[in-house]
Write a protein that binds this ligand. Structure first.
Ligand code: HEM
Length: 486
């Protein structure tokens, strides 16, 4: 008897199809035997809900605490919490697995850059063009580090100019981060947002807007985003960023830069290949500005706020830091072990980059930490969990304990699990610059000043997740600077 196609039959067929897919994903798919909530095995909607509401990191961390080091977080996605998995995903063959299309979100001027390049061989070719400008050797050269030292001097001057008045270090540190990275890219034409009102306005356009929902909307619904773009004319993740666009383009057309800068290097690359679209280098520099501003600034903001809390543990850390700094005034920042430990513990516990870095298992499949996965599976680790999960490596993981980094015992394991800058060939290219900025600033503040949370500080410092990075929720942090008798 022929089937009579009524609305009821359509609903039944649809229901049958959905039920079949759900049962397949739950019991028969290659990932079916992995631990995780059944709902995550059936549909991605749960993970999407947490992504759009900014709770992906805590959701995944909670799943690891419940199910263990391997968790299926969506039908086709697995999260890991071990250093073996981290090594395989991010460092096998040098750069680990290719990135997912999620990273295409980070193009600028409609053009790819190193960070948004998905495929690892293409990425390696781009990186080779200018990686030397971010090497430790280069960053520590006097004519390069002096640019950062000037931004540190400007910070200390601004933060301490009105003794006894509270200072919003969230704002000032974002100026510091912007001036530092633009100095590294374009010196002497870097920005001076700590002292110049126009540049300060530019910092506000970059650092304050929220891009989380837009980014996920664009990732999951590219066609709807395309329509939205056409209707509203908005085609950027961060909304109105005209000032920074204009500044970066101006640097390319007429900016005079020193030979040690990143732009100088990119100009050599462009000159060697006249057919190379200029927007490749423009997009590259824009990406470094965005990668360099929130990360370093928020890391310092979380750290200085923690050190300023009215609790004995924080006061003790400030005292020990001050003691080391005044006892060794001539030491390089790399020769101050307690300073190093404080910065590292800040980056572990109060990291500004906490969320997963998604990668795709190559064709043919791979074993990740002894778990066999088919090609195309999305895999990742997140710093927030790697920095807390293994309590033998990080005992009392939620405590701020710089001393843990000074113990010889377990140093290898701690360093292997330290994931704030990612790992392998696709880890942070700016890490030496960021560490120099952080160490110089913390050294110059705590060798001469004590900091306290200001009495009028009511803003929340809760970590608020953005697309990859995490910032203080209320984007405000009022601190008092008190001069110490040195
Ligand atoms: C505390 C500060 C910083 C942290 C925690 C941080 C963290 C990271 C992480 C985790 C990645 C890899 C992400 C992934 O694998 O998906 C990354 C990549 C990157 N970072 Fe940073 N970063 C910081 C500062 C900086 C600075 C100052 C710059 C300045 C240029 C910078 C530029 C970049 C770039 C260009 C990439 C892409 C590297 C590539 O694709 O090979 N970062 N960063």
């Amino acid at each position: 008897m022929p089937i009579v196609w009524t609305p009821l039959v359509s609903i039944e067929v649809l229901g049958f199809l959905i039920a079949s897919i759900a049962l397949y994903r739950l019991w028969f798919a290659p990932l079916a035997r992995l631990p995780g909530p059944p709902i995550c095995a059936i549909t991605r909607l749960t993970l999407m809900y947490h992504e759009f509401s900014g709770s992906r990191r805590l959701f995944i961390h909670g799943l690891h605490m419940k199910y263990g080091p391997v968790v299926r977080i969506a039908p086709n996605e697995v999260s890991f919490a071990t250093r073996q998995a981290m090594k395989e995903i991010y460092t096998s063959g040098g750069s680990g697995y290719d990135k997912t299309s999620f990273y295409s979100l980070f193009q600028h001027f409609g053009t790819k850059n190193m960070f948004s390049t998905l495929e690892k061989d293409e990425h390696a070719a781009v990186k080779k063009q200018f990686a030397e400008r971010y090497s430790k050797l280069h960053v520590m050269k006097p004519d390069v580090s002096s640019v950062i030292q000037q931004t540190v001097d400007a910070f200390v001057t601004r933060a301490t100019e009105h003794v006894g008045a509270s200072v919003d270090i969230y704002d000032l540190l974002h100026c510091f981060g912007l001036d530092g990275v633009t100095g590294h890219l374009f010196s002497p034409s870097g920005l001076h947002s700590q002292t110049n009102d126009d540049d300060h306005e530019l910092m506000k356009q970059l650092a304050y807007p929220s891009d989380l929902k837009r980014a996920y909307f664009r990732y999951y619904f590219p066609t709807l985003w395309w329509v939205y773009e056409r209707l509203t004319g908005i085609n950027k993740l961060r909304g109105d960023t005209n000032l920074i666009d204009a500044y970066v383009l101006e640097m390319f057309h007429s900016g005079s830069v020193d030979p040690q800068t990143v732009l100088h290097k990119l100009r050599i690359v462009d000159a060697r290949d006249p057919g190379r679209p200029m927007l490749l280098s423009v997009s590259e520099c824009m990406d470094h500005i965005i990668a360099g501003i929130d990360t370093t600034s928020d890391a310092l903001c979380f750290l200085m706020h923690h050190l300023s809390l009215p609790i004995p543990a924080s006061r003790r850390v400030q005292e020990k830091l001050h003691e080391e700094l005044v006892r060794n005034p001539g030491n390089s920042v790399d020769d101050l072990p307690y300073l190093d430990a404080v910065i590292k513990e800040g980056l572990r516990l109060l990291s500004p980059v906490t969320m997963s870095f998604p990668r795709v298992v190559p064709d043919g499949g791979r074993a990740v930490d002894n778990v066999q996965l088919p090609g195309g599976t999305i895999v990742s680790c997140q710093p927030y969990t790697l920095h807390r999960f293994d309590t033998e490596v990080f005992p009392d993981p939620d405590e701020f304990l710089p001393e843990r980094w000074l113990a010889a015992n377990g140093a290898v394991e701690r360093n292997q699990l330290f994931f704030t800058f990612g790992a392998g060939g696709r880890g942070c290219i700016g890490r030496h610059l960021a560490l120099l900025e952080m160490k110089l600033l913390v050294r110059d503040v705590y060798s001469t000043y004590r900091t306290r949370v200001a009495p009028d500080m009511t803003a929340s410092m809760e970590p608020d997740d953005q697309v990859i990075s995490t910032r203080p929720k209320d984007q405000k942090c009022l601190i008092l600077f008190e001069r110490l008798d040195v």
